[in-house]
Structures are given as structure tokens and as C-alpha cells.
Ligand binder design. Structure first.
Ligand code: ZN
Length: 400
């Protein structure tokens, strides 16, 4: 059997969840349930720490689009179709279109920052509760918010490009400068679009009102500079030392007088360092993600519907290891009933939690309550500071 490939996940929203425990419908109840989840003993034989598995919903509050949320990519743009790996690798025209879109989109991602949800995960790690993070997100917000906690970026990261021949990585920032140099009309257009705020909205009508025209595929239409004219550079390493091809002959890496890749080149094609659809996840990344699950005794799923198989199977693995699972997500999650079917209906969070709230509103309140109840970084509540749910002022603070 071949390696599992990244596939386009389900695009329809999942059914709404059953909240567990039922008291977790309010912020106060959800905080209490997660407090119990984090501070109760784990089943015997399991490590005491928690691993976080996060997804696109966590970055919505940073201004990035998710897939299935109210303003998600699959809902706003019905014709959206991401590029496939083989298409990118084999088709110069597809690469031009991809890099032109990426060139315009980079400024939005580049100025986006981690939000309260990412910083709360860092705080949970500093409290000794979270040992590692596995994220499906390619925005690097977890390592930016918390460089000290081991983070597995399951689907790669946009901060780098990677050569499809020699596998060397290069910073995306300097690649952006090269794209600007090779495509001066696009660079001028991008400057104007940033100034008008046209790139700050996903809404095609609003974009048009701010001077950006879109074609029926949802692409930006740059006057006098069609996609077919977009240029991109070659891998600098392969350019200076073209690698050998499978048969032993030397590959050809050719550029024009400005440094743009010529399509007859047989090596030196750069791609974003993300796992594209139709591409497999590198085995060392898969093993690191599985290791992160095996190294923990609880799983906290944040802001993902687990629609991609690579993420769902990690949650399934945690279930198979009898790890308590908490899910914090707006909207349903793939196959979630199976994660909770075994729970004692009277449990209050120690065996499992299902909450339908945003991470950036819930997690900071949880961190505050964990600190108030005596957690100071040692990973368990200190003696003499029992969790007291009787102070309504705490929850008033959380809601304000
Ligand atoms: Zn290379």
C-alpha cells in the first residue's frame, strides 16, 4: 500500500455536537470541565501531560480564513480549488498562477500575529500541563507564541520555500522580494492594494469596491499583467550546481537575463514548505506527531473539525491508547461520537470534554482559573489551594 496522500477534506459542515458534560454550555461550566480534565489523574500507565492538536479555527481570530467556519474558504468561495502537488511540479503555468496568488496573499499572512488562543496554549505549557503541540496550521503561530514547547507542524509551514530537487529550504521573505523584483507591475499593484485595504477583506464585492477586480475563479485580475506573465526564481543552490537526475545525467537549471526560471529547466523548482494536496507527509514528521501523542496522557483538540485524515488518525490513536480527550471547536468534528461513547454520563470532565466555544475566549479564562486555583508551573495544584468554584467575581472578570 502506498503512503496516504493529502486529500481535499470534506467541505460540508459536520452536525452539531453533544456538549460534555452538559454543564459545559456556559463559559463557567466549560472552564470547570477543562479544569477537571487537566487536574484529574490519567488512566494508569499513561504520562500525566497533555498534547494539543490544533487546526485552522485557532487562527481565525488572527485574521486568517479557516475552511468550514461561517466565513471559511469553502463557504465564501464555492469554486475554490487548491493546487495539487503533481500539477505544481509538472506545470509551469500552474506555478505562475500559484506564485502570483501567493505573492498577493503573503502580506496578509506576514502581518498577522498569534492571538489569545495561541498564548493560552503557551501558558498551559508554562503551567506544566501541555508537553507538546501538533498543529495542522501552516502559519507558524504556535512556535512564534511559544518557541520553547515542542511543536510538530503536520502540514508544513509557509515561512519557507523548499527546493523540489535538492530539498534545501529558503526564507519566504527573501523569495517575496525576488518575486517583487521579477514582477514590477504586480509589485506596484500590491502596493496600491495594500494602501486601499483591498487585501484586508475576503469579500469579492468589497474587494471590487476598493479597486480590485476578480475573475470567475476567484483570482485577482491585474490590469496589463495576466498570470501568464508572472515570473519566479530558481533554487539558487541547484542553479550553481545542477543536481544529477535519476539516470545519472546532469539536470538543466536555466534562468533568463533577470534570473527568472525558464520552463525547460529539469530541476531547481521551489515550492512552499507546506504539504500540498496529493503530496504525502514526510515520514519523520508523521513519526514526530505520533510520538507527541504517545508521549502524553491526554489530548486537547483545538479549533479543528479533524476533516483531514492525517489529523483524525492522531485523535483516533489517542482514543485507542485510552487517553481522555477534550475537544474545543465551533461546529461538529469528524466521527466525534466515537471519542466519547465510552464516558461515564456522570463524569464532569476527567474522562472527556466537548465544548462548542472559541479557543481564544475559553482558554485564557481557563488559564486564569488554573492559576487562581494554585497551579504555578509545577503541573499539579499545590496543597492548601483547592479549586473553589464559589467565587462569581472570577467569572465576571472572565466575561468582561
Ligand atoms: Zn535546489
Amino acid at each position: 500500500m502506498g503512503k496516504p496522500l493529502m486529500r481535499i477534506p470534506y467541505t460540508d459542515p459536520f452536525a452539531h455536537p453533544t456538549i460534555i458534560p452538559s454543564s459545559a454550555r456556559t463559559l463557567e461550566g466549560a472552564v470547570a470541565a477543562l479544569h477537571s480534565f487537566f487536574t484529574s489523574p490519567v488512566p494508569s500507565g499513561l504520562p500525566t501531560s497533555t498534547v494539543v492538536l490544533s487546526g485552522a479555527g485557532l487562527s481565525v481570530a488572527s485574521g486568517l480564513a479557516d475552511y468550514r467556519g461561517t466565513n471559511g474558504t469553502y463557504r465564501v468561495n464555492k469554486t475554490y480549488r487548491p493546487i495539487y502537488y503533481n500539477e505544481f511540479l509538472g506545470n509551469h503555468e500552474a506555478r505562475k498562477r500559484y506564485w502570483a496568488r501567493s505573492f498577493l496573499g503573503w502580506s496578509t499572512l506576514h502581518k498577522a500575529q498569534p492571538n489569545a488562543g495561541h498564548y493560552a496554549v503557551r501558558d498551559l505549557a508554562q503551567l506544566g500541563l501541555v508537553s507538546s503541540v501538533v498543529t495542522q496550521n501552516v502559519d507558524s503561530f504556535h512556535p512564534t507564541a511559544d518557541p520553547n514547547t515542542p511543536t510538530v507542524e503536520l502540514h508544513g509551514y509557509l515561512r519557507s520555500t523548499v527546493c523540489t530537487s535538492c530539498h534545501e529550504e529558503f526564507p519566504r521573505d527573501s523569495f517575496q522580494n525576488e518575486l517583487a523584483r521579477l514582477n514590477p507591475i504586480w509589485a506596484a499593484f500590491l502596493r496600491d492594494a495594500i494602501a486601499s485595504g483591498a487585501l484586508d477583506t475576503e469579500d469579492p464585492q468589497e474587494k471590487r469596491a476598493r479597486g480590485i477586480r476578480m475573475n470567475p475563479d476567484g483570482d485577482v485580475d491585474v490590469p496589463d499583467a495576466p498570470y501568464t506573465t508572472f515570473r519566479y526564481p530558481a533554487c539558487p543552490r541547484c542553479l550553481s550546481d545542477p543536481p544529477a537526475l535519476a539516470g545519472g545525467t546532469r539536470s538543466l537549471v536555466e534562468i533568463d537575463h533577470d534570473g527568472a526560471l525558464i520552463p525547460t529547466s529539469t530541476a531547481g523548482i521551489l515550492k512552499p514548505a507546506v504539504v500540498m494536496f496529493g503530496e504525502s507527509i514526510r515520514s519523520e514528521v508523521k513519526e514526530a506527531a505520533e510520538g507527541a501523542i504517545e508521549g502524553a496522557g491526554r489530548l486537547l483538540v483545538l479549533a479543528t473539525s479533524l476533516a483531514t485524515y492525517s489529523a483524525w488518525r492522531l485523535a483516533k490513536k489517542a482514543r485507542d491508547l485510552a487517553m481522555p480527550i477534550a475537544i474545543v471547536n465551533l461546529g461538529g468534528v469528524r466521527g466525534e461520537d466515537a471519542f466519547f461513547a465510552h464516558l461515564d454520563p456522570r463524569q464532569l470532565g476527567s474522562e472527556g470534554v466537548r465544548v462548542e466555544m472559541s479557543s481564544e475566549s475559553l482558554l485564557p479564562a481557563l488559564v486564569k482559573e488554573l492559576r487562581r486555583s494554585g497551579l504555578r508551573g509545577e503541573g499539579f495544584p499545590s496543597a492548601g489551594a483547592p479549586f473553589d468554584r464559589g467565587d462569581p467575581a472570577v467569572f465576571r472578570d472572565m466575561l468582561s
